[in-house]
Design a protein around this ligand. Structure first.
Ligand code: HEM
Length: 148
């Protein structure tokens, strides 16, 4: 049990390291898009962001509701946890357009279809906006873990 708790805690923090690097990298890569030759760099960082998101969700939900840490009731009664999930929801909302657009771009690139690259500026902005929210999530996480 302790090993599983430890492992999930490590993976949750790995997600943080991977996710912050990936979201920052994707914002930079999107800002630099001039032609379709620049897209693989965007897709690579997007892949890593996706991996981080899955790790965050998988390990986070398991820790919160799998009875491994402080128990489901503790988290459901914590305002910090509610705040953390609220921030996660906003990040998800901000991510809807980049996620769906990049899925379409991947398909279009494979088929050699035209891509509206001028959208990359908006996608970069939506990606940047997620960074402070993720950092705020770290604040809420540390507060929630210590029962503040
Ligand atoms: C739905 C998604 C998530 C859920 C359900 C979740 C849940 C949890 C839980 C249950 C803990 C253990 C707290 C404890 O020790 O009592 C935790 C810790 C932590 N989470 Fe998350 N998490 C999620 C996403 C994230 C994200 C996106 C970030 C960062 C941006 C993050 C950052 C952290 C950090 C830094 C800790 C360690 C806190 C500490 O021990 O000081 N989590 N999370």
């Amino acid at each position: 049990m302790l090993t599983l708790r430890f492992l999930l805690a490590v993976l949750h923090l790995f997600a943080l390291a991977i996710g912050i690097a990936a979201v920052y990298g994707r914002a930079r890569a999107l800002r630099r898009v001039r032609s379709t030759a620049d897209l693989p760099a965007v897709f690579l960082t997007d892949n890593w962001y996706g991996i981080a998101a899955l790790l965050w969700l998988g390990t986070g939900l398991w820790r919160a509701f799998g009875g491994l840490e402080k128990g489901t009731d503790y988290y459901l009664e914590s305002h910090w946890f509610a705040g953390k999930l609220g921030l996660f929801g906003i990040v998800l909302l901000l991510e809807m357009l980049p996620m769906t657009t990049l899925i379409r771009w991947r398909k279009a690139l494979k088929k050699g279809q035209p891509i509206a690259l001028e959208r990359s500026t908006l996608l970069a902005r939506l990606t940047w906006l997620q960074v402070p929210l993720l950092l705020l999530m770290v604040v809420t996480a540390a507060a929630m873990a210590r029962g503040l």
